[in-house]
Design a protein around this ligand. Structure first.
Ligand code: NAI
Length: 403
């Protein structure tokens, strides 16, 4: 099947290079659309001389090398998008809006649009910008990238350090027929990660646990005196028990919102698979966790987190927490605030989520939550449902705006 599929990879970073290289190797016609600065020009210059090399590191096997040449690399949506069966966004969520707006009028009604990763609110933004067309196309949103990967040399060389075992994504099937979504994507990626479809798109929004990074920031720096420190503390392995308790409380709030939605719309929003964060850790990191008896140990004995430190800024006197890190700038507006929006619609109080958002927004110099409502001046830069006029559960589920 890949031979008769046209894929457009949107982006020009590490993930876009890895995806483009792997999909070309599977026999797919790959077009790359990158709107950023002169990335398309730079990539084309390289392609004239040599193919893209993807180095794939796999457990217990020597690294593999794949060479690939995408059919087209362009910054022109009119050239890249028409005839595409699948369009995959592989850029940070803060950039999705630029891509949606640029490609909207060129998308065919049988297209599958994929956020890899999508992050919370991907579907709301897609429906808002594409309007009527959003009900025809199919939309998938995955929880993260399939790989840990780094671009070593632009257009030339990307390295995959690790590949996930499983990857969950949600599907909103459009009215028009598309190629079988999950099967098509699986063929682009190969056997691993094994793709799984979640039962409902709200499950992916709730279970991306976007509170994890902000809560760890809060736990570490809430009493910080503002003075530089000598070194970056460990991020996951450096949490204390109080931080683990706060993570649990935020997870409990996610469960409460999921339960309220399930109760209000049992046949329309199957959220029966939404899991508590401790269970999620035990399932997803079962081979990496040494002590899984509670959430604190599941994080602090998780080998996948070894050596990872807080993002810091450097100065002549030491280092300080970097509040402009994507752990906050992505996970608050494209994560916690979106979840907070769902809670507001369901009228479920989420005081711990609020406390963390309020602290983070102050550190980021932003204003989302004001007096317990999502009415802050920066709400337009988030993807909460309210921003798009989805202010009832029905509007959230159907994509038809509340009147
Ligand atoms: P990246 O940081 O390599 O991507 C940067 C690319 O985004 C740029 O090359 C450009 O093409 C695009 N971009 C950035 N600012 C832009 C702007 N203002 N206008 C238009 N385009 C712009 O990101 P990467 O590594 O490819 O990751 C994509 C997503 O996957 C991110 O959300 C990242 O957090 C997530 N992720 C990445 C992992 C990795 O190992 N690389 C692992 C897990 C998740």
């Amino acid at each position: 099947m890949p031979g008769d599929v046209i894929l457009c990879v949107c982006g020009g970073g590490s993930g876009a290079h890895a995806l483009a290289g792997l999909a070309v190797q599977k026999g797919v016609e790959v077009r790359v659309l990158t709107l950023f600065e002169d990335e398309a020009k730079k990539w084309n210059r390289v392609l004239q001389k040599e193919e893209l090399t993807v180095i794939i590191n796999e457990n217990n096997r020597p690294p593999r090398e794949v060479k690939a040449k995408p059919k087209m690399v362009t910054k022109d949506p009119e050239e890249a998008i028409p005839e595409c069966d699948v369009i995959i966004f592989t850029v940070p969520a803060s950039v999705h809006e630029i891509y949606f707006k640029a490609i909207a009028k060129h998308i065919g009604k049988r297209t599958l649009i994929v956020g890899l990763p999508g992050q919370a609110g991907f579907e709301f933004q897609c429906r808002d910008i594409l309007g009527e067309k959003a009900s025809l196309i199919s939309i998938m949103s995955f929880e993260t990238l399939p790989w840990e990967c780094r671009l070593r040399e632009f257009g030339k060389h990307v390295e995959i350090m690790g590949t996930k075992m499983y990857l969950s994504g949600s599907l909103i099937r459009g009215k028009s027929v598309t190629k079988p979504p999950l099967m098509t994507l699986q063929k682009f990626l190969g056997a691993q990660p094994m793709l799984r479809q979640s039962k409902h798109f709200l499950e992916t929004i709730i279970m991306c646990y976007s509170f994890v990074h902000p809560v760890i920031f809060y736990g570490k720096w809430k009493d910080w005196d503002g003075k530089a420190v000598t070194e970056a503390p460990l991020f996951y392995h450096g949490i204390d028990e109080a931080t683990a308790e706060l993570l649990q409380k935020c997870s409990d709030e996610c469960m409460a919102v999921a339960a309220a939605i399930l109760e209000a719309a049992p046949t329309k929003a199957n959220l029966s698979d939404v899991k508590d964060i401790h269970h999620w850790y035990m399932e997803n990191y079962k081979n990496e966790i040494t002590e899984a008896d509670n959430l604190f140990h599941s994080i602090t004995t998780n080998k996948a987190y070894e050596g990872l430190t807080h993002p810091m800024t450097e100065s002549s006197v030491g280092v300080a927490p970097d509040f402009s890190s994507k752990y906050l700038t992505e996970d608050i507006p494209m994560g916690m605030v979106v979840f907070r929006g769902l809670a507001e619609v369901m009228e479920v109080p989420v005081p711990y989520t609020d406390m963390v958002i309020e602290w983070c927004q102050e550190k980021m110099g932003k204003e989302y939550l004001v007096g317990g409502k999502l009415t802050g001046k920066d709400i337009q830069s988030t993807r909460c449902p309210q921003r798009y006029g989805f202010t009832t559960l029905d509007a959230i589920l159907t994509g038809e705006k509340s009147t």
